[in-house]
Every structure is written in C-alpha cells, then in structure tokens.
Design a protein around this ligand. Structure first.
Ligand SMILES: Cc1ncc(COP(=O)(O)O)c(C=O)c1O
Length: 395
C-alpha cells in the first residue's frame, strides 16, 4: 500500500508552514499526537495532575502495549523514559563491568554513547574496540566476528547513523552476539519510526529509542527495551520509589519488569503523545513509511549528486531517509542558513558527533536533509533548486 501523502499532510499542521526536511532532528508531530498532549494538559489544569493521571491510567498503560507491539516485545520489557540517551545510559550503566572487559562498537557510534564508553574505560578499566567498516561503509560483520573473544562483554551498535544514511546490518550483528553469548545494545534512535524493528529478528538484548525523530512523538520522550531473560542480570545505576519498593527500614526490592529503568516523575502528557505517535505510525504501516521515506531520499541523493561541486556523503548497502551533502568549499552552517531563509529546515552533522568516522573520511561538517513520508517530491526539488542556485554561483 502506498502512503496517501495528501492525507498525511492534512494531519500534519506544520506542513503548511515549513518544508521540514529535518526529521532526523525532530519531526513534525501529527494532529493525534498534538491532541493527546494538549487534551491531557487541559485535564491536568482542570482537575489536578495526579487526578488526571488516575483518570487516564488505562490509556497510559496502553502506551506500553503500543510500543511493545511496534517492536515485537512484551509490555514488561519496555521502559518509558525522556530520551534515547536516557534509555541507552540506563541500559549501559546497569551492566556490571569488570576491569579488562571488552566492548565492541562501530565507526558510526553516536557521540553520547561513545563518550559514555570512554567514561566506562576510565571508571572500570574496560577496553573499547572500534570495529572497522566493510567495503560498503557499514560495520564489518566479519571484523566483528574476529574481534569477539572471551573478554568481550558487550556489542554496542548504532543502527542508523546520526550523520549519514547508513543502516548498519543490525540483525547479522545481533545473531553473532547471541551465538557468542555477548550482550547486544542497539541504538535505534534514528531507525525507530522509519524502519520495521523487531527485537526478535534483531536478536538484541537492549534497544534504545527516541520519540521525537522519525516516530513523530513530542520532544522529551523515549523508550528502552530490555529482553526479559537478561533483566535480572542488569542492575540499574540509580533507583527510586518507582523502579524499586522500600520494603523495610533496611531493605528494598527492585521492580521485576523493565520499569526498573524508569523514574517516578515523568510527563504523562508527553507519554500519551508518544503512544499516539506509535499508533499513528502503525496505522500507516512501517513498511510503507520505510518505502516512501527511502524513496524520497534516493531521489534527493541522485539529484544532488548531479549538481556541480556537490558531494553526497552517505555510505552503506542499505540507506535510509537521511541524506548528507556538501557544496565545494561552502561551510555547512552557511548552506543550512540559506536553506532556512528559504523556509527549508535541515541540520548540520559535524565531526564532533562522528569522531570515529568523519576525520578518517576527511569530513568536518555536512548538511543533513532527512525527508519523511509526509514530505512531497516538490519539497525535495525545492531544496535541490536552492542548492543548485548556490552551486551555480560558486562554480
Ligand atoms: C543515533 C542517535 N542516537 C542517540 C541520539 C540521542 O537521542 P536523544 O537526544 O533523544 O537522547 C541521537 C540524536 O540525534 C542519534 O541520532
């Protein structure tokens, strides 16, 4: 089934105001998400925050079912948190590392994850090994197989890079990790909402995700999946009276589900928005979303590559809805500013977000354009026209 783009746009008020090609930053939320958040906030203002929560308890519980349904998990394997980083850190810091343990990662590991890997190296004396890419620019599965040894404790992989269209072969990596008995933590921040994700097929033990990007949920939302079988081997670095129960003056019990990674205080309005976003994505079908988003990106890459002086930087066998490019000697922030002044939203990916990857490819900063299924072909052409006029001037 193809996406009814007119319908998708009529459900997305923001499309009337901007050409939003920054969905890898934060997407335009659809009307059901806006309604879910604002209706609940109105109830909080009318009857009180705790009272509104009590009234919406059923709906709030259904958010876990929606997320679990989207990724093929059980609701008890889902924790709702405020960002992908909070989810990733909650999982990562719960692994009981010992000095000498090895953590394998890839060249496109997200900056915040990499910083925390470095922190763990300082704190516990673990060794971080960055596995090289294969000839296509995705993580080398053979290289990873060779790097696994008896000291390897974790494989931490970013599924879709923040700084390019690459989709890493996560299922093959997960298979390898499972066979070797190594924990697998997948950062699905950029893939959730634009790709079909199934935790069984990905063989992942932990998966972190955000709401605001391709899932189109409000900012300040995210979730963590933790496979039931490993839950009791993970010890949250921090607890509160939601993630644990104070059972006596000298005792506490950690919550038996993935909610051991949550905090008591959280935005119920945003959680309902997250649930509405998941249901909205599922109503379109993630295969259909993937097909249209990837198709727009393919078109954009092809047209940009034909312009004089423009280089397209995406790599990999499988590429998604993220397109990165540069124009001759033009600084990426300047290029982005010109696009902004034309009403086109994009962003800049810099080497400080890609230290394992950009410097060795001679890249400092690139413009990132990330279409979604609600964007039109005409919007993609508008971006190309602006870049083409700049290319002409600089030629
Ligand atoms: C691949 C990847 N992982 C993690 C994050 C962090 O997400 P959040 O800002 O929700 O913590 C991002 C954000 O851009 C990302 O692109």
């Amino acid at each position: 089934m193809s996406i009814d783009v007119d319908l998708a746009r009529s459900l997305t008020p923001g499309t009337q105001h901007v050409v939003h090609l920054n969905n890898a930053g934060s997407a335009l939320p659809p009307q059901p998400v806006i309604d879910a958040v604002s209706t609940f906030l109105q109830r909080e203002a009318t009857i009180g925050g705790y009272e509104a929560e009590a009234e919406a308890l059923g709906e709030l519980e259904r958010v876990y079912d929606s997320i679990a349904g989207m990724i093929g998990a059980h609701r008890d394997e889902v924790a709702i948190v405020e960002s992908a980083t909070a989810a990733w850190n909650a999982a990562f810091t719960s692994i009981p590392f010992a000095a000498g343990d090895r953590i394998l990662t890839g060249r496109t590991e997200y900056a915040s994850n990499a910083i925390n890997l470095l922190l763990a190296a300082e704190r516990y004396g673990v060794e971080i090994v960055v596995v090289d890419d294969d000839d296509h620019g995705q993580i080398s599965v053979d290289g990873l197989r060779d790097a696994i040894d008896e000291r390897t404790r974790l494989i931490a992989l970013t599924h879709v890079a923040t700084s390019g269209g690459l989709v890493n072969p996560a299922a093959a990596v997960g298979r390898l990790a499972r066979d070797a008995g190594v924990l697998f933590l997948l950062d699905a921040c950029q893939s959730v909402g634009q790709r079909v994700l199934d935790v069984e097929k990905l063989h992942c033990d932990m998966l972190s995700a955000t709401g605001r990007k391709f899932l189109r949920a409000p900012r300040g939302t995210g979730f963590l999946y933790v496979r039931h079988a490993i839950l009791d081997h993970l010890h949250p670095a921090q607890l509160d009276l939601r993630s644990a129960t104070w059972t006596g003056p000298d005792s506490y019990d950690v919550t038996s589900t993935a909610r051991r990674f949550e905090e008591w205080e959280s935005s119920k309005a945003l959680q309902l928005g997250l649930g509405a976003a998941v249901e909205h994505a599922m109503s379109w079908g993630l295969e259909n979303i993937a097909e249209r988003t990837t198709g727009l990106a393919v078109r954009l890459r092809r047209m940009l590559a034909e312009l004089p002086g423009v280089s397209v930087h995406d790599k990999g066998v499988d590429m998604c809805g993220i397109v990165t490019f540069s124009l001759g000697g033009a600084a990426a922030p300047d290029l982005k500013s010109v696009l902004t002044s034309e009403g086109i939203n994009t962003s800049v990916a810099a080497f400080t977000s890609a230290q394992y990857d950009f410097p060795r490819r001679g890249l400092e900063q690139v413009v990132r354009a990330s279409p979604h299924y609600y964007n039109t072909e005409a919007e993609v052409h508008r971006l190309v026209d602006v870049v083409a006029s700049l290319a002409e001037v600089s030629a």
